[in-house]
Design a protein around this ligand. Sequence first.
Ligand code: UD1
Length: 333
Amino acid sequence: MKVLVAGGTGYIGSHICVELLQANHDVVVIDDFSNSKPEVLKYIKEITGKDVKFYEFNILDEKKTEEVFKENDLDAVIHCAAFKAVGESVEKPIEYYTNNLTTTLIVAKMMKKYHVNNIVFSSSATVYGDPEVVPLTEDCKLGETTNPYGASKAMMERILTDVQHACPEMSVTLLRYFNPIGAHESGLLGEDPKGIPNNLMPYIMKVAAGELPCLGVFGDDYDTPDGTGVRDYIHVVDLAKGHVLAIEKYNKPGLHICNLGTGRGYSVLELVHAFERVNGVKVKYEIKPRRAGDIATCYADPTRAKEELGWVATKGIDDMCRDTWNFAKTRMK
Ligand code: UD1
């Protein structure tokens, strides 16, 4: 298939490009490097021996987006071009809603116009809000989102769901990611946020690397075994493989919703200690107050992914920790 990866040089998008190329798909990428670097294209080539066809611009530029649809006979779109920093979204709701919603509308419009009938959308477990029960199945009801980023994900899901209803020939897949971490085993691709990271694993990585002095653990009084928050961490390469299966197996008209998680939760301190053990490094931390908007526990029921896609997470917490540190060391060279 010829697949457009919108946001294909980002953390998740770049791993998706690698897996698509290795599965012999052709890949077209649009990215504006707003949260990624041009070198990523070189690394994708180094890992796979193949090039993607690359366009540099923001999808908000509808004319340029249309050119890409005109020039390429696309079979499918994987849409992971979005702003994703929770804290920043609270400060800049207008920018977040404009970017995330408008790009989704433009992609959907072009798909309709050029008869591209298969889209896989990067959604998030954030759409479930504070879970009433865990593990979360796709049938759990959607919850209150606590920030504009999360709300934009829920709205993008809604937009694409409505588009599918209006265009029944379309396959719309909403992949709800749990907490993607880790890096490509080559050490070439990974998550390297600019400035102070919002998310746990990049923060751990920077403390271990000596770039930040100490990790703040946000709360140790949750109703969890050790009091710290529990999440379903999933290796980014497993996540990327899930996308390849989704464009192949859900390539039939309908709305498809699927969790991508391992089904196993780890606490903040379990992750910190696994990182220290696997990599032989020290991660200094101190307990801080809870972070606003955080929930105690969130993990997936991944049964549907197994049944419908034949997908299961193959990499565990040790792989996630090892590959993250390998990436950190490669990038420090
Ligand atoms: C967050 C977002 C979610 C988004 C996801 C991926 C919120 C409420 N949710 O998920 O919408 O899809 O990132 O971008 O922000 N933690 C610390 N210290 C830190 C950072 C995190 O203790 O410096 C803890 C958190 O309290 C949480 C766990 O680590 O218990 C995971 O946090 P994080 O990596 O930010 O992911 P989520 O909050 O689960």
